[in-house]
Design a protein around this ligand. Sequence first.
Ligand code: NAP
Length: 440
Amino acid sequence: MGDTEKRSVAIVGSGPGGMYVAQALVEKAPDCRIDIFDRLPTPFGLIRGGVAPDHQHTKRVDRKYADTITENRQIRYIGNVTLGQDVSLDDLAAIYDAVVLAYGAPYDNKLGIPGEDKKNVFGSNAFVGWYNCHPDFKDLGPDLKIDGAVVIGVGNVAVDVARVLARTPEEMATTDIADYAISAIDASPLKDIWMIGRRGPIEAAFTNTELKELGALTDATAVVDASIVPAEPPADMDDRDRKVRQRILDTLRGLSEGKAGEKRRTIHIEFFGSPVEILGGDRVEGIRMERTKVEDGRCIPTGETYDIPCQMVVTCIGSRAQAIEGIPFDEQRGIVAHADGKVAPGVYAAGWLKRGATGTIGTNRLDSYAVTDLLISEFDGPLKPGPDAFDALAAERRLNPLSFDDWQRIKELEEKAASDPAPRRKFSTVEEMLAGLGRS
Ligand code: NAP
């Protein structure tokens, strides 16, 4: 291990990837000073803006992250500062002994098919951000005066989107969904939601716990065609995967007993369909799908197409990071270019920016701890000036950095504004947050 005394680290991004690096540094290099940057006033990335509002239990991990910051005097949270705009990587690398880039992968992958630019076609980051009050997507303006919506993909994000579209206001009363979103969802005449996988039930990316929730909705039924659900997983799967997959197949078979139309909304879970064109004029009027088959796990188009009438499409097909000038980028994978977490001397990557948008919140822990070990082992050379130099730079550039106390004040205001039993009523713009703090 390198000498950690008086070393300083900048972590850019306060989502799970960045927060587990902070936690690892506290444990392994307690002498090190740590500044955690975020472009928003609000910390914790996907925990606030990505995790579904009806999964409040999942969001509770933010309490652990908050403790990491408040219980360790060597850590500062610096919100409202954007890398690539307010500060460059070169600025940070000149100030801190190490920089960890952990600003996530929040940009939607594209289908790359005709019609994707029509009104009412959204990527999941945008759509989820809209109902989660993310300042970037508050004004997304989906038109929910529709009777059919198609969700492309069968990962957990697709399940989140289908479920939130099917929930009642009563079911969402204990959540922090945006008021404007639940009002629009409730007022919508939406009847049919299709969630479509291009491969089959054996390959579907959702997990069983999330799938099961679709079978327990108050005013929506999830349906699936039993004839496409195999009785059991292929024999060549290893034992652990077989058990996991068997549970998913059993859940799907259970859902196949549901009847379309028996409740206000129906979620049609479909497989073996790949989108080829989004139909309509300016707006979506339908989607053309091509039937597929799966060979050796690969999706093979059959040439046979069918149309689904719908007026909204939400693609939940994964996401990629933003390329920032001066930071090496792997265009193909949509992540920062790195070797085992090392981007350049003294610069490292963590979280989805490093691995791509896969895995659970917990997956970040192990990975961030490994990156932290590497970083500490490479502390070398003369000490850099550290956090005070950032304060000087912020003053010189007239930045408006916010502290963790500022965030806690914003949090209190949001909790105060909530109507019981909702946990909080989120601000949806940075301006509102700053006004709440009496800052401009
Ligand atoms: P994901 O799990 O990778 O699922 C993406 C889905 O999109 C897959 O069904 C994939 O099909 C499909 N897809 C990709 N490209 C496509 C294309 N061109 N046309 C049609 N379909 C396409 O991604 P995600 O749902 O965004 O989730 C990201 C990560 O967050 C996952 O690890 C997920 O488990 C996690 N997450 C967890 C939770 C939770 O635990 N509750 C909630 C949300 C997210 P193929 O498999 O055929 O490529």
